[in-house]
Design a protein around this ligand. Structure first.
Ligand SMILES: Cc1cc2nc3c(=O)[nH]c(=O)nc-3n(C[C@H](O)[C@H](O)[C@H](O)COP(=O)(O)OP(=O)(O)OC[C@H]3O[C@@H](n4cnc5c(N)ncnc54)[C@H](O)[C@@H]3O)c2cc1C
Length: 321
């Protein structure tokens, strides 16, 4: 077995490939062989950027005609594979769209899928992926066996993106085939949540708030601090469940996994399910009035104090800079 042909499910945002796409292309390039990007949508506008990060070929479905992106993407990939251009490995980002396509494709191809990975390596004739389990307490290494294409999804920020200096990828049309009954479901409207600043799982700084804020209005402190630090606001599940903030802000086992340079946890106790989503952060700062709170166990800097006293002071001090 050799890994000679790798596809990366490539996504676009604001006219450029997403950071997760560039991370996967960089890693794919390092594994050797030919790397192609697969865009569910019009790939031509980003072919040059994808090529720079290693995609020699850019499969493009073209604009979707109301089809569900997950259904359309999986069907288009299967059609190319059935046509004879079968990759050895397809890498997906571990996000909503990546998970949607990889699971549908797994069923269509009858191939195993390994998700939530943070590492991949070619070891002689085998391909191994590493996956954190038990809240990141242990790492499991799994070897793919059987026939490819192997399907694997990786957490954002698992790899460092690095341009490779190549030219634009060759755009190859990969139209969406007839979706049959699945095509009966159409996207009728798209609601883009209003956000300013970076996305939660891509931000270099995350300021997250928990139940210790006491009331939903106090989340404004979290948002202000995040804005000053050019970061993204995040939340514990307790305040998502309480309806203070939307689910898209939730960090943790059943929310997003983040890995920023700085994670500030304000009024968050540090339940295992929360820490699973943030303990990979490079620097963790915790503000909690309880010196025994578990969050201090993973914090690089702990502030024992009331968020209503500490946060305004922090905001005031940083605003002046
Ligand atoms: C299957 C499952 C999945 C889950 N998934 C997630 C998940 O994805 N993400 C997640 O976050 N949770 C998740 N949870 C819930 C998790 O177990 C905790 O209940 C939750 O994280 C607690 O949120 P919290 O820290 O905001 O609240 P609490 O645990 O109530 O902690 C509040 C903290 O604020 C401190 N505090 C209080 N007042 C102040 C003040 N004035 N100043 C400073 N500090 C103060 C307290 O000392 C306390 O430590 C999950 C649970 C289950 C069972």
């Amino acid at each position: 077995m050799g890994i000679n042909n790798i596809w990366v499910f490539a996504q676009e945002a604001n006219g450029a490939p997403t950071p997760a796409t560039l991370e996967l292309l960089t890693k794919a390039r390092g594994l050797g062989g030919t790397v192609s990007a697969f865009v569910v949508g019009d790939g031509a506008p980003i072919a040059s950027a994808l090529g720079e990060y290693g995609a020699a070929k850019v499969y493009s479905t073209g604009a979707l005609d109301g089809d569900l992106p997950g259904a359309a993407g999986a069907a288009a990939m299967k059609a190319v594979i059935d046509g004879g251009d079968s990759p050895d490995l397809i890498m997906f980002p571990q996000n909503y769209e990546g998970r949607d396509i990889v699971s549908r494709l797994s069923v269509k191809l009858d191939r195993t899928v390994l998700t939530n990975n943070t590492q991949i390596e070619v070891d002689g004739d085998s391909l191994k992926v590493t996956t954190p389990v038990f809240g990141g307490e242990q790492l499991v290494t799994t070897t793919f066996t059987g026939e490819g294409p192997f399907l694997a999804a990786f957490r954002p920020k698992s790899f460092e993106p690095e341009a490779g200096g190549a030219g634009a990828g060759e755009v190859v049309s990969a139209p969406v085939p007839d979706l049959g009954a699945t095509g009966g479901a159409k996207v009728t409207a798209v609601h883009v949540e209003e956000t300013t600043g970076p996305k939660l799982d891509e931000a270099a700084v995350v300021v997250a708030g928990g139940r210790g804020l006491g009331q939903s209005e106090s989340f404004e402190m979290v948002e202000s601090l995040a804005k000053i630090l050019k970061g993204a606001p995040g939340a514990s599940r307790a305040i998502v469940d309480a309806g203070w903030v939307p689910y898209s802000m939730q960090v943790g086992q059943t929310g997003k996994v983040v890995k920023p340079s700085v994670y500030i946890a304000a009024g968050i106790s540090g339940a295992t399910q929360h820490m699973v989503g943030m303990k990979g952060s490079k620097n963790i700062i915790a503000i909690n009035k309880d010196a025994e709170a578990p969050i201090f166990g993973v914090a690089d800097l702990g502030i024992v104090g009331d968020v209503h006293k500490v946060m305004p002071k922090l905001i005031e001090a940083l605003q002046g800079r």
